[in-house]
Design a protein around this ligand. Structure first.
Ligand code: URA
Length: 494
């Protein structure tokens, strides 16, 4: 048979194994361990390193690897180390991993200790792979296609040259992050395509396939130039933060050398006060903030908002959704994990509770405007999960401008404040408490406001009785909102 992956040939006393993925290596080592074949007796080949030497032999190779060999019982930690190290690009990686496994099976458990020579190499490989994943998350730049040539073409395309084989896991990361938009990441050895729902692995493409004109890139470069402060540039630090091999594929890579040259040739002065040159010795250069920083306090677009620090850890800002104008506005606290990924409010578990309460109150979702007091997801890591963290007062205040903007456009007659953060934001009063206002409509700046529990509070209630009670308050609040609206219309007509 042809030299398929995972095939085997005995060459004298040498056993040849041909693998190209961790899964194939796993199957192969099961048989080798079961037959007691030591590492020195195995010749490992993969498409990248078999060259011509054995290619003729491989054409005739028999697939006689004992595929029914028993599964190996290995600790999870070892499997994870091996699987991760298998992404490390080295010609001898399969041989090395087999050596580690062989030693482990013989009871040499130190083989995964960083103090052991093989263990140190194993950990070094794992570290390099993690670093590569991190770099790829940070330095992949998607370019948007102007118009799709056909319906199947991905909307965003990126080219990247990873040192190690991290494309599959990085693609899974972007699939989680970028929601329903389609994209493709091309590398010199493989491509991954996300069609908005499923990941597809594909063959390598030429770099040119991923080089497209992108209007957004021009905007990004303009922004990059405008935030570049020649007085503060530190070329060494810049290079150490972004390794030089990434620069060539970063859009800003084309303009950074010129900007650094400009900075060293006199443009530094443009960011300095007139008196700096007169100061002697090592000193902090005073830069007038209004000259050194881009404008921070004017409203640009929600996605560009940097009024507080929450944007740094969020996927995107989540704007409100619904008709404008709308008679009723429902105001929540902040997007949760799922809302952050999808860019839409109330689509996660809290949204499901709210949806149910709205249905019970006979308030159609598409008739109301749904939004949050804070537009970026604030969270803290807990294991692999991102756990909601209540926004601080300064973050509520920073985001209030966006709420005002929405009020202006939506012009609601009734606002239902879901929970205490919504109430504090609406009233701009950090001392406002939900208990004091719960369920009783009041007027604020010419509009009706009714405060009810937040749907997450219903979800977190410690027992069935309190859950029912909190839920009933929510439904009743929504019913009152409808009633206030009907009464208002009635009064206006009469
Ligand atoms: N909780 C909120 O307050 N808003 C959302 O959008 C989701 C959960």
């Amino acid at each position: 048979m042809a030299g398929t992956a995972g095939s085997v040939k005995n060459m004298g006393d040498m056993v040849v194994r041909r693998v190209q993925s961790f899964e194939e290596w796993r199957v192969a080592v099961r048989g080798l361990i079961a037959s007691g074949v030591p590492p020195a007796a195995v010749q490992w080949q993969s498409p990248a390193n078999d060259g011509d030497l054995f290619s003729g032999a491989m054409e005739e190779a028999n697939d006689d690897a004992p595929s029914d060999a028993p599964a190996l019982r290995l600790p999870r930690q070892l499997v994870e180390l091996l699987e991760c190290a298998a992404c490390y690009s080295a010609v001898d990686r399969w041989a090395f991993l087999y050596q580690v496994l062989w030693r482990w099976q013989r009871g040499e458990h130190d083989v995964i200790s960083p103090a052991d020579t093989d263990g140190a190499r194993l950990h070094g490989m794992v570290k390099a792979v993690h670093r590569e994943e991190h770099d790829m998350h940070a330095y992949v730049r998607f370019r948007e296609r102007k118009e799709a040539d056909n319906d199947d073409a991905p909307r965003f395309v990126a080219w990247f040259e990873p040192t190690h084989e991290v494309l599959p896991q990085v693609a899974r990361h972007f699939a989680r992050r970028m929601g329903g938009v389609s994209w493709m990441i091309a590398t010199p050895t493989a491509t991954m395509l996300w069609d908005g729902a499923t990941l597809h692995a594909g063959p390598a493409l030429l770099k040119g396939a991923a080089e497209i004109d992108d209007d957004g890139e021009a905007l990004w470069l303009t922004y990059y130039r405008s935030i570049f402060n020649p007085a503060r540039v530190n070329a060494g630090l810049l290079r150490s933060h972004i390794p030089s091999r990434f620069w060539k594929n970063l859009p800003e890579g084309a303009i950074v050398p010129a900007m650094i040259t400009g900075a060293t040739n006199g443009e530094r002065r443009t960011g300095q006060t007139a008196t700096v040159g007169q100061r002697s010795g090592a000193t902090t250069i005073p830069i007038r903030p209004e000259r050194a920083l881009p404008q921070r306090d004017s409203l640009t677009t929600l996605q560009q908002c940097r009024r507080c620090a929450l944007w740094q850890h969020a996927t995107q800002a989540v704007p409100g959704s619904g008709p404008q104008p709308a008679s009723i506005m429902l105001l929540g606290e902040q997007p949760g994990d799922q809302e952050d990924l999808a860019g839409k409010p109330f689509i996660g578990p809290a949204g499901a509770v709210l949806q149910q309460a709205m249905a019970e109150a006979k308030l159609p979702r598409n008739s109301v405007y749904l939004t949050n007091a804070v537009k970026h997801f604030k969270w803290e890591p807990r294991g692999k999960r991102r756990l909601h963290k209540t926004p601080a007062q300064r973050e509520i205040i920073a985001c209030h401008a966006w709420l005002e903007d929405e009020l202006e456009h939506v012009q609601p007659e009734v606002i239902v404040a879901l929970g205490s953060t919504a109430l504090k934001s609406l009233l701009q009063d950090s001392t406002a408490t939900l208990q004091a206002m719960l369920g009783t409509p009041f007027q604020h700046q010419g509009r009706w406001v009714i405060a009810v529990y937040h749907p997450s509070y219903v979800l977190r209630a410690p027992d069935e009785a309190s859950r029912r009670q909190a839920y009933a308050v929510m439904v009743e609040g929504l019913r009152q909102a409808i009633k206030l609206l009907e009464d208002g219309q009635h009064n206006r007509v009469s």
